[in-house]
Design a protein around this ligand. Structure first.
Ligand code: MGD
Ligand code: MGD
Ligand code: SF4
Ligand code: MO
Length: 697
């Protein structure tokens, strides 16, 4: 840790949260205390504004709920009663427990982390080195984006796409499975700009989200049916000769096979799957394919949390190549920009430290089914979990199983946190973590093309310590002597990007220190695939994928219906007829902020949005407290039924999330009902593939 400044100064910082915008912040510090925090004025993606959560980040930083010293459990697991201990006592005990377990089988130890901070240093460096060197189980970090990422990769080759900055001059924008007003504010400001210049904005979402409300046209399919819609769009584009044959011939593979495949996908067939009108599907295809007007798609993770999430993204990613919209910087598709960076994972994470012990072949545990893993893994059983940067008890699916897993008497649980979350209540040892203002970091982004530097603004509160410090200390107690465990945070961040990578080679420490950010080495405007050059094995946009064929999968875009729906499981659908989604609420960031008064007050109560027809059929009315349930569990919420402007389409209910269970009133949140079933590609979570019934509470 470097020493923070002690006199009135402005410090450049970065929002650490799991959000595509990765905002540039400026912190004013006086006498060692941060007194003001705002969006940095420099012409970065942030343009001087933060969202309504992080604008109040100082309330989070200085919250009286912050954990300030290490503690150990005195009550029962889950009860949340702890007493203070010293760092030495805490670290010695963890090291001793880990050593004992590792002596039998190190794979019985599992890290559990996600994106509490997105920083490359505090998110994925010293921690990974430690668990690699230890020979612990690998955690497959699938809970958010993996299905979509894999589907997109099969078509495009990597997470590269349209420059978010270029949306400001787009003419036709399709927002698909994404709610930028809530979850990608600075892209939304570009979309508003484009709309002012005449762009048409279409939103595809089963929920009438704030984005849907502000768009020119809202199409509301049933959750998990986007793949069918994409195939029918391709059907119309090809049938009506709205494709760019020259682009297809030069820069794609498998067009003839794709043509045969989508011939089956008439708008009528897709209408039956999606619950949309066939005429609307025809119209969307014609508008999207209009000649001489580039169209851009903002596809995001809302559509990848279902059985067919990977296939759906793969099919959607074919559209801009079919129409040649990639020719323009203001056309194409954006899922994530994260593949634009040359991150030096090998240096940050040191996978080479993993011991090649023939007794212990590498074992992977999927974070999206952590409940089952904790309760059922036998080869070997999980005996210790170390949680940091995540709140699995609140955010992982099927809470009853997750809680039962963490409550196991024979499981040693360490939680490193800023707050006493639902997960912290299950800790044997609870460690205090620093906030972003108290730690050093360097960030890439998944929603723009800049590298960002975060400099510590204040000293750690109480005895809080950064993730890197904890793993450095544990490494030393475990006797790990490799030099990489001595590296400072500044040294780690200096090596975070590859010098041999075209777009990252010119990342300059001096520019970062002076400005707080630097754009990758890409032109402006940037049309990444105007002349092909896809990072696929063939170098083309792959309508047909040899890689999928080799892995025994369908090499062509296809439709995978939801696990839970009238087609896959008619009996279940009769008992639980409503499709349940639980997308992000405006005032929380996943489960972060949900414990702080300002944000809970702004959110009000746990809500459930329902269509008036569905409410009437159940004799339910607006404002009533209801019970949402299926065979996995139940939780309560307050019903919102808007008869003038229904908040959701018929057959769908939506509970803005993620509430802390212990603060929600009945000890449960939306994940009481969600399922641990996985997606078709990437082993992702299927939060929005979930049937429920709703009754009066
Ligand atoms: N305020 C706020 N911002 C956030 C977050 C937060 O919790 N709060 N979370 C952050 C994180 S981790 C992520 S991953 C992103 C998520 O942000 P997005 O990628 O935008 O994804 P979601 O919000 O999950 O879903 C977006 C929209 O998809 C809709 N949707 C649900 N199912 C389907 C479907 O099957 N098909 C289609 N077409 N649409 C569907 C939802 O109703 C929702 O309105 O946001 C980030 N930003
Ligand atoms: N029902 C439902 N469930 C969902 C979703 C949904 O849409 N619906 N969305 C899913 C998605 S997209 C995601 S990404 C996951 C998100 O799940 P998580 O990544 O677990 O996100 P958070 O709930 O914000 O928890 C992050 C925790 O990390 C802590 N933290 C922050 N910074 C640091 C740090 O520097 N060090 C340490 N040690 N801790 C830190 C925070 O205090 C916070 O408690 O949730 C998933 N769960
Ligand atoms: S949560 Fe997103 S929009 Fe809000 S400040 Fe952070 S990066 Fe920016
Ligand atoms: Mo996420």
């Amino acid at each position: 840790m470097s020493t923070p400044p002690s006199q009135a100064t402005k410090v450049k910082a970065v929002c650490p949260h799991d959000c595509p915008d990765t905002c540039a912040m400026e912190v004013t510090v006086e006498n060692g205390r941060a007194i003001k925090l705002r969006g940095a004025e420099s012409p970065s993606f942030t343009r001087g504004t933060l969202c309504s959560k992080v604008a109040h980040y100082l309330e989070r930083t200085y919250s009286e709920q912050r954990l300030q010293y290490p503690m150990k459990r005195v009550g029962a697991k889950g009860e949340g009663r702890f007493v203070r201990i010293s760092w030495d006592e805490a670290l010695n005990e963890i090291a001793e427990r880990f050593r004992n377990i590792a002596a039998t089988d190190p794979r019985a130890i599992l890290p559990y982390s996600y994106a509490g901070t997105m920083g490359l240093v505090q998110g994925s460096s010293m921690d990974r080195r430690f668990f690699h060197r230890l020979g612990a189980s690998f955690l497959d970090r699938t809970i958010c984006a993996e299905a979509g990422a894999q589907g997109y990769k099969a078509t495009i080759g990597a997470s590269l796409g349209t420059d978010p900055e270029a949306f400001a001059d787009a003419q036709y924008i399709v927002i698909w499975g994404s709610n930028p007003v809530i979850s990608n504010l600075h892209l939304w400001s570009r979309i508003v700009e484009a709309r002012r210049k005449g762009a048409r904005v279409v939103c595809i979402d089963p929920v009438r989200s704030l984005t849907a409300e502000k768009s020119d046209w809202h199409l509301a399919p049933l959750p998990g049916t986007d793949g069918a819609l994409a195939l029918a769009l391709m059907h119309v584009l090809i049938r009506d000769e709205l494709c760019d044959e020259d682009y297809i011939a030069r820069y794609t593979t498998g067009y003839a096979a794709l043509k045969r495949r989508v011939a089956e996908w008439t708008p009528e067939r897709a209408a039956a799957e999606t619950g949309l009108a066939a005429a609307d599907i025809e119209q969307l295809a014609r508008e999207y394919g209009q000649e001489g007007r580039p169209a851009v798609i903002r596809a995001n993770y809302g559509l990848n949390r279902c059985a067919g999430g990977g296939s759906a993204m793969r099919a959607i990613a074919c559209l801009p190549a079919l129409t040649g919209h990639w020719r323009s910087p203001h056309g194409g598709i954006l899922l994530s920009t994260s593949g634009s960076y040359g991150v030096n994972d090998a240096a940050l994470e040191r996978p080479d430290l993993y011991p090649a012990d023939p007794r212990f072949p590498p074992r992977h545990v999927n974070m999206s089914a952590i409940g089952n893993a904790l309760l059922e893994e036998t080869d070997p059983p999980i005996r210790a979990v170390m949680v940091y940067n995540s709140n699995p008890v609140a955010v992982a699916p099927e809470s009853a199983r997750v809680r039962a897993g963490f409550a196991r008497e024979d499981l040693f649980v360490v939680v490193h946190e800023l707050f006493q979350t639902d997960t912290a209540d299950y800790a044997d040892i609870l460690l205090p973590a620093t906030s972003q203002l108290e730690q050093h970091d360097i960030h890439k982004s998944y929603g723009h093309l800049n590298v960002m530097l975060n400099t510590p603004a204040i000293a750690p509160l109480g005895e809080a310590r950064p993730n890197t410090w904890v793993f450095r200390e544990l490494a030393s107690r475990m006797g790990f002597t490799e030099a990489c465990f001595q590296e400072s945070d500044e040294e780690i961040s200096a090596g975070a990007f590859r010098k041999d990578h075209a777009r990252s080679a010119r990342i300059d420490p001096a520019t970062l220190a002076a400005e707080g950010w630097q754009r990758l080495d890409v032109p402006t405007p940037y049309a990444p695939f105007a002349e092909g050059g896809f990072p696929t094995p063939s170098g083309k946009c792959e309508f047909y994928s040899d890689m999928l064929a080799r892995n025994g999968m369908d090499p062509l875009p296809h439709y995978v219906p939801p696990h839970e729906g009238p087609r896959s499981n008619p009996e279940l659908a009769r008992e639980f007829p409503l499709a349940f989604v639980s997308p992000p609420s405006r005032n929380f960031l996943n489960s972060s902020f949900a414990n702080l008064p300002r944000f809970r007050d702004a959110e009000g109560k746990p809500w459930l949005d329902m269509h008036p027809a569905d409410a009437a059929a159940r004799g339910l009315s607006d404002g009533q407290r209801v019970r949402i349930f299926n065979r996995r569990g139940a939780f309560h919420a307050w019903l919102r039924v808007d008869t003038a402007q229904p908040g959701v389409r018929e057959g769908v209910v939506s509970a803005p999330s993620i509430w802390w269970q212990k603060l929600s009133g009945d000890g449960n949140n939306a994940n009481a009902v969600t399922s641990q079933a996985l997606t078709d590609m990437g082993g992702g979570a299927t939060f929005y593939d979930c049937l429920v019934e709703v009754s009066k509470a």
